[in-house]
Design a protein around this ligand. Structure first.
Ligand code: OXD
Ligand code: MN
Length: 593
C-alpha cells in the first residue's frame, strides 16, 4: 500500500530498506485488525486468553524488559546544552550511526507494521498525528487502545497532513526457521530510546515494554511534544485532568502532576467522599494545553486509553479503574489465576492459594516473590471508564482552573498548601521531590527532585522549561490557573500513613475550589498558604486532632534543611536557571528566618 503523502512513503521505504522485514502491513485501526493480530499472538503463545474476562489477554514480558529504561533514553540535540543536565545526550549523527547498525536487518523474519495514529481527538487544533513503525503486534494492539489508530488518520495523511515519525523495533530478528520466543527483545546494552526534537523524530530499539515501545505516549506526547510546545507557545505536561463539580453545579477543571506511580490514575478516577461533589476523569497521565481565544488555558488528553499500574488497584483504592478493566483489556505481567483471570498484589483482601506468576511459574502465598511484577500494567480504553467525562473528547479542551504538584514524601511536606503567586507555584513545581517507585528501573525509596514530574520526559533543557512556565504565566496573567502542592503520603513517627487518601482527597480539592472562589482565607506560612483551622472539610473522618496537627505541620528546621538540596538541584541548571526561580529560593529562606 502507498498513501498520497510523499514524506510518509519515502520514510516507510527508507525504514524498510534498513530493517528488511519480510512484509509490510499498513494498519487501519479496525476491530477486525485487532482481533486478527491478537489471534496471531494467541496462536504463537505470547498472549493468554483470560477465560474469566471477556476479550481480555495476558502477556508476560521478558524479565529484563519490565519498565521504562531511563538510562538508555536519549535526547539527541545538536548541542549537549540544548538537552540539558537532566537528560542523557548523544550527538545526533553518532547516535544515528550506532542505531543504524542495530536497525540493519533487525526486522528479518518479521512483519513491519505501519501504524498511523492521532494524539488527541482527530481534527482538534491541539492534536498531532504520528506514524509508528513497529515489528511488534503487541505494540500494534496496545496502540489501538492507547491512541486513535484509524483510516481517518490515513485520510488526513493522504490530504498532506504532517506527522511525527516514530520508529520502533524490538531488536530481535528471526533467522530462517528460528522459533520465536514469547517476548522477543534485545539485551539492555543495546536498548535505545532516542529522541531528535530538532527534527521531531523518535527512534526506539530493543524494548517491547510500555513507554519504551508505545511511542505515542512518553516519547511523542511528552518528550517531543514538550519541545514543540516551547517552540509553538503551548504546554505538554505529565498531568492528569479531572472535572470536579460542586453541589451547586459549578465545574472546576484540575490538572495535576505527580511522578510515576504516585496515584495519578487513582486521583483522576476518584470517588469523592464528601456529599454532593462529583468527579469525572478526562485523562490520567498527559495534558496538552493551549491558550484559548478567551485567554484561558485549555487542556486535552492526547491519549485514548489508560496504561495503568495494576498492583495496588482494587475496589477499595480505585473502583472506577476496576470497572474500566472488566473487559477488552490487555494485561501485562500480572499473575494468572487457576480459573483464568488476572490477579495482582493489593487486588483483593484474600490472596489466592495458587497462581501462575508473571514469570510463568507456579506461585503460592508461601513464596517470597511477588505474583505480579510491581510495574504490571493494564491497557484499557478510556471510553470504558464509568466516570469518563462527557467532554473528554471535546476538541476545544477544558479550561484549567487549578494546577497541583506533589510527590511521595513520608515526612516534611504537609498535606496541602497553596502557592503565593505564579512564580512561587513554578518554584514549587521546579523543586518537587518524591521517593522513587518501581515505574522506572533503579533503586526505590530514594528522594529525587522531579521537577513538574517531568524529569524523565522533558525533551529539552529543563532550565529553559522552567522559563517556558514563567513565560506562560506572563501570557496568562490574571487567567492563570492557581497552583497548589499536595502530599498524600506523610507518615506518623510510627510509620503509619496520616491521611486516608483516595476518595478523601476530594476534601483537599474542595478546599482548593473554595480558595479560588474566594470563599475562605488561608494561613501564611514560610512555605505557602495553608488551610485555616476548620476550613478543610473533615466531617465524618475519624482522625485524631494529634494526627491532623502532624499532617499539617510545617517544621522550620526541616525546611531549612531542604534548602541546600534545592540549591544543589538549581545549580545543575547553571545560567539556564531563570533568575526569578533563584529569587524564589532566597525569599523562601527569608521567610524561614
Ligand atoms: C507512566 C509513567 O507509565 O509515568 O505513566 O511511568
Ligand atoms: Mn506517567
Amino acid at each position: 500500500m502507498m498513501v498520497k503523502n510523499e514524506k510518509l512513503n519515502a520514510w516507510v521505504k527508507e525504514i524498510a530498506d534498513m530493517c528488511r522485514p519480510d512484509s509490510i502491513y499498513w494498519c487501519n485501526g479496525s476491530k477486525e485488525e485487532y482481533d486478527r493480530m491478537m489471534a496471531k499472538m494467541i496462536a504463537s503463545g505470547s498472549a493468554t486468553v483470560l477465560k474469566k474476562r471477556s476479550n481480555s489477554f495476558l502477556f508476560r514480558s521478558d524479565p529484563s524488559d519490565v519498565a521504562r529504561v531511563e538510562d538508555r533514553t536519549y535526547i539527541s540535540t545538536s548541542s549537549r546544552d540544548e538537552a540539558g543536565p537532566t537528560n542523557n545526550w548523544m550527538e545526533p549523527a553518532e547516535l544515528k550511526e550506532t542505531m543504524k547498525g542495530l536497525y540493519n536487518g533487525c526486522m528479518k523474519g518479521r512483519t513491519m507494521y505501519v501504524i498511523p495514529f492521532s494524539m488527541g481527538p482527530v481534527g482538534s487544533p491541539i492534536s498531532k498525528i504520528g506514524v509508528e513503525i513497529s515489528d511488534s503486534p503487541y505494540v500494534l494492539c496496545n496502540m489501538h487502545i492507547m491512541t486513535r489508530v484509524s483510516s481517518r488518520v490515513l485520510e488526513l495523511l493522504d490530504a498532506g497532513a504532517d506527522f511525527i515519525p516514530c520508529l520502533h523495533s524490538i531488536g530481535a530478528p528471526l533467522a530462517e526457521g528460528q522459533k520465536d520466543v514469547q517476548w522477543p527483545c534485545a539485551p539492555i546494552e543495546s536498548k535505545y530510546i532516542s529522541h531528535f526534537p530538532e527534527e521531531n523524530l523518535i527512534w526506539s530499539f530493543g524494548s517491547g515494554y510500555g513507554g519504551n515501545a508505545l511511542l505515542g505516549k512518553k516519547c511523542l506526547a511528552l518528550r517531543i511534544a514538550s519541545a514543540m510546545a516551547r517552540r509553538e507557545g503551548w504546554m505538554a505536561e505529565h498531568m492528569l485532568i479531572l472535572r470536579l463539580t460542586n453541589p451547586e453545579g459549578r465545574q472546576y477543571h484540575i490538572a495535576a502532576a505527580f511522578p510515576s506511580a504516585c496515584g495519578k490514575t487513582n486521583l483522576a478516577m476518584m470517588r469523592p467522599t464528601i456529599p454532593g461533589w462529583k468527579c469525572e476523569c478526562i485523562g490520567d497521565d498527559i495534558a496538552w494545553m493551549k491558550i484559548g481565544a478567551d485567554g484561558r488555558l485549555y487542556a486535552i488528553n492526547p491519549e485514548n486509553g489508560f496504561f495503568g499500574v495494576a498492583p495496588g488497584t482494587s475496589y477499595d483504592t480505585n473502583p472506577m479503574a476496576m470497572d474500566t478493566v472488566r473487559e477488552s483489556v490487555i494485561f501485562t505481567n500480572c499473575a494468572l489465576t487457576d480459573d483464568g483471570d488476572v490477579w495482582w498484589e493489593g487486588m483483593t483482601d484474600e490472596t489466592p492459594n495458587h497462581l501462575i506468576d508473571w514469570k510463568g511459574r507456579d506461585w503460592t502465598p508461601a513464596g517470597k516473590n511477588d505474583a505480579a511484577h510491581p510495574n504490571a500494567r493494564f491497557t484499557a480504553p478510556a471510553s470504558q471508564c464509568p466516570v469518563i467525562c462527557k467532554d473528554w473528547e471535546n476538541t476545544a479542551g477544558v479550561p484549567i482552573d487549578i494546577f497541583i504538584f506533589g510527590g511521595r514524601r513520608s515526612s516534611v511536606v504537609p498535606l496541602v498548601f497553596e502557592a503565593y503567586n505564579w512564580d512561587h507555584g513554578v518554584f514549587l513545581g521546579a523543586t518537587a521531590a518524591s521517593e522513587t517507585t518501581s515505574a522506572n528501573i533503579g533503586a526505590t525509596g530514594n528522594l529525587r527532585r522531579d521537577p513538574f514530574a517531568m524529569t524523565p520526559f522533558c525533551g529539552y533543557n529543563m532550565g529553559d522549561y522552567f522559563r517556558h512556565w514563567l513565560d506562560m504565566g506572563d501570557r496568562l496573567g490574571k487567567n492563570a490557573p492557581r497552583i497548589f502542592y499536595v502530599n498524600w503520603f506523610r507518615k506518623s513517627p510510627e510509620g503509619m500513613f496520616l491521611w486516608p487518601g483516595f476518595g478523601d482527597n476530594s476534601r483537599v480539592l474542595k478546599w482548593m475550589c473554595e480558595r479560588i472562589d474566594g470563599k475562605i482565607g488561608a494561613q501564611k506560612t514560610p512555605i505557602g498558604l495553608l488551610p485555616n483551622a476548620g476550613d478543610l472539610d473533615l466531617a465524618g473522618l475519624d482522625m485524631s486532632a494529634e494526627n491532623i496537627t502532624e499532617l499539617m505541620r510545617v517544621d522550620t528546621e526541616d525546611w531549612l534543611a531542604e534548602s541546600p538540596d534545592i540549591e544543589r538541584h538549581f545549580a545543575k541548571f547553571g545560567d539556564r536557571l531563570p533568575e526569578r526561580l533563584a529569587m524564589q529560593l532566597q525569599e523562601l529562606r527569608k521567610r524561614l528566618g
